[in-house]
Design a protein. Structure first.
Lengths: 86, 311
């Protein structure tokens, strides 16, 4: 698994690339990404692949919970912390 | 798709339902008459009374809608297993002659079709699709509330009387507006329904749900519904959804060019499956109409409690 800092950087880059059309978008690690429509359904498969790559663990779609994807903090906590439940 | 055996139907209950007006085809169609038909009509009157909370405008739509319009939201790729088509024979006389020269019907009851005309219409999958289609390209300067009822068609692996039908009646109340206006509508709708369920003594549990996508794990729309639940079902007896509250975000607004102000309109709907209400009411209150709750009165009470008009 990569360092937490590197994981956060990769997630931020991903979100900024997908939200490029949002002028002056101020996205922090606490911004609710789907709620505020920075990310949309079309981005999800790619996001899941990215999270699998960053965490080095496959993700079972049926185990997904809404809270897991709220913001970058939640994703890091859920998928990329050593010892986090898979 | 593997064949799945339908759960056994309690013969005593089936006989009781037949006695009060259910005529059931194992292929998934229900005909209603007598007390059960009157109950279905009262359910719908109650739902339109609830729609009156928002002074929702009633619309009536045909049995099918153009596949091209439905595909604006990718329906055929998301639900190919559910889509039911309006099909007819190709009109050339030679084709019709070939049809007449054949058996017309196979022994199993399937029509012995010859060439089919191009299929361009899909039988209504959910009542609200018509609303988005019919208001294509419109701009709203205030939130718009609409209600409609239609017969909806689904393909299921098995059918169960009043619970799982191939064609059934759906009443919907829809709000088109800004994200905030739709969120307010859905919040009020849920509160109104909770009060209504209480008044008619139906114990229901709200559960989050997803739409029945084909190969869901490969469909971004399904993944999105897992990540951000948009569907909440009022569930009777643990597994029978008799109403649902759905938040579409701007999915229909973007794809049907609906705008609220300068932004794509958001939408949300409340949907009622009328035959399932018949199941729940007769299961909870019995098959004697004297024991059924006064649905219309309860709805009127909820409506007046919420200010007798727009909330």
């Amino acid at each position: 698994m990569r360092s937490e800092q590197k994981i956060r950087e990769d997630l931020r880059s991903f979100v900024l690339a997908k939200a490029a059309d949002r002028e002056g978008a101020a996205i922090t690690d606490q911004t609710p990404l789907f709620e505020e429509r920075y990310l949309r359904s079309v981005h999800l498969p790619e996001l899941l692949l990215l999270l699998e790559r960053l965490s080095g663990t496959p993700i079972d779609v049926e185990d997904l919970n809404p809270a897991d994807f709220r913001d970058i903090d939640s994703m890091v906590l859920r998928f990329c912390k050593a010892g986090a439940t898979p | 798709m593997t064949a799945v055996e339908a759960p056994a139907v309690d013969p005593v209950r089936a006989a009781e339902l037949a006695r009060i007006g259910l005529s059931w085809q194992p292929s998934g169609q229900a005909a209603l008459r007598g007390p059960l038909l009157r109950l279905a009509e009262e359910c719908d009157r109650a739902f339109t009374t609830l729609a009156g909370i928002w002074q929702a405008e009633e619309e009536r739509h045909p049995a099918s809608l153009p596949a091209r319009r439905l595909q604006r939201v990718g329906y055929l790729r998301s639900f190919p297993h559910q889509a039911t088509f309006a099909a007819r024979l190709a009109p050339e006389e030679s084709n019709l002659d070939a049809f007449l020269d054949g058996p017309v019907l196979h022994q199993g009851g399937d029509v012995a079709v010859t060439e089919l005309a191009p299929i361009a219409q899909v039988l209504t999958p959910a009542a609200c699709y018509h609303l988005f289609n019919d208001h294509l390209g419109e701009t709203f300067d205030a939130p718009r509330y609409l209600t409609t009822r239609n017969t909806c068609f689904r393909h299921e692996r098995y059918y169960v009387p009043l619970r799982r039908l191939s064609s059934f009646t759906m009443r919907e109340v829809v709000c088109l507006g800004s994200g905030g206006e739709v969120a307010d509508f859905l919040g009020h709708a849920r509160a109104a329904l909770d009060e209504f369920f209480d008044l008619v003594d139906l114990p229901l549990e709200w559960l989050t749900a997803t739409d029945p996508f084909f190969r869901p794990q490969a469909n971004p729309k399904y993944l999105m519904q897992r990540v951000q639940p948009v569907k909440h079902e009022a569930t009777y007896g643990g597994d029978l959804a008799i109403a649902s509250i759905n938040r579409h975000h701007d999915h229909f607004g973007v794809n049907f060019d609906l705008t609220r102000g300068d932004e794509p309109a958001h939408s949300g709907c409340v949907a009622f499956g009328i035959e399932r209400w018949l199941f729940a009411i007769t299961d909870r209150h019995g098959t004697n109409p004297a024991g059924w709750p006064g649905l219309a009165d309860a709805a009127a009470k909820v409506r007046s409690g919420l200010g007798g008009g727009r909330v």
